[in-house]
Design a protein around this ligand. Structure first.
Ligand SMILES: Nc1ncnc2c1ncn2[C@@H]1O[C@H](COP(=O)(O)OP(=O)(O)OP(=O)(O)O)[C@@H](O)[C@H]1O
Ligand SMILES: [Mg+2]
Length: 252
């Protein structure tokens, strides 16, 4: 079966440095797919290519059967590929619910934000509001929906960013080290929520994550990279015990 995302022989150089040196990789629909690899192996570059932030020198990126190679970020985003930092950072003065509502597709931008203050959206945006609430519930943020987003903890803000991506209609979410600097308890909470979103909303995740030992139980597939190439792929235990992967880390 074809994956929701097919990366085919992608190359990207910065000057003489081959950051991606022929990467081929498929992501299953509704998968939680992790990219690991030593520093500088090309993980961030790869998700930037998928999200449209870097144009590859060659190769193809196919999303839902459609060639999105080299599309600019806003076009990839409109098609359902979201790199969370694509969404403007949180509006700290708006409530949690309002932050999610503003991220909805087809909302009339600034005038919509203004209308929030008039509370006009209460009638006009009932459908959107329902959807936003459902998302907040899945993220465990429903109880703080009326709180100003500036009052959230760091972990809750990360979850709210995810909520905004989902509200925008994302079907593939790209995350670059979402639990970096986060304690293990919160890391488990975040990955638990990611699984819930996958199960309830059918979204697919491609996540760069070093701390595989923390996220092992949540992951379907791991791809290990080293110096711009895929060196191993499979179930987490299998990949982490692969001699080529161990060597890549030891050599780094
Ligand atoms: N915009 C850029 N200009 C020049 N070189 C770049 C650029 N982006 C990345 N690189 C280089 O490409 C290589 C791959 O970088 P990348 O950020 O993709 O690695 P990574 O696997 O995400 O590493 P880390 O685990 O440290 O985040 C590195 O050598 C990096 O210095
Ligand atoms: Mg990186």
């Amino acid at each position: 079966m074809e994956g929701i995302l097919e990366i085919q022989d992608v190359r990207k150089a910065f000057g003489s440095l081959r950051a991606l040196d022929g990467v081929t990789l498929g992501v299953k629909e509704k998968g939680v797919h992790i990219l690991v690899g030593p520093n500088g192996s090309g993980k961030t570059t790869l998700i930037n290519v998928v999200g449209g932030f870097y144009k590859p020198d060659s190769g193809r990126v196919i999303f839902e059967g459609r060639d999105i190679t080299g599309l600019p970020p806003h076009k990839a985003y409109a098609l359902g590929v979201s790199r969370t930092f694509q969404i403007p950072s949180l509006f700290t003065k708006l409530t949690v619910l309002e932050n999610v509502l503003v991220a909805a597709k087809n909302n009339p931008g600034e005038s919509f934000v203004k209308s929030l203050f008039k509370k006009a959206w209460v009638k006009e945006e009932t459908e959107a509001t329902k959807k936003a609430f459902a998302i907040l519930q899945l993220l465990g943020l429903d109880k703080v929906s009326e709180h100003e987003s500036s009052t959230l903890s760091g972990g809750q803000m990360k979850l709210l960013e995810l909520g905004r991506a989902l509200m925008s209609g994302a079907r593939l979410i790209l995350l670059d080290e979402p639990i970096s600097g986060v304690n293990p308890t919160l890391a488990h909470e975040i990955f638990g929520r990611i699984l819930k979103l996958r199960d309830e909303l059918g979204v697919t995740f491609l996540i760069v994550e070093h701390r595989l030992e923390v996220v092992l139980e949540y992951v379907d597939t791991v791809t290990a990279m080293a110096v711009g190439k895929v060196v191993a792929e499979g179930k987490p235990e299998q990949v982490m015990s692969d001699p080529k992967v161990i060597e890549a880390y030891l050599g780094a």
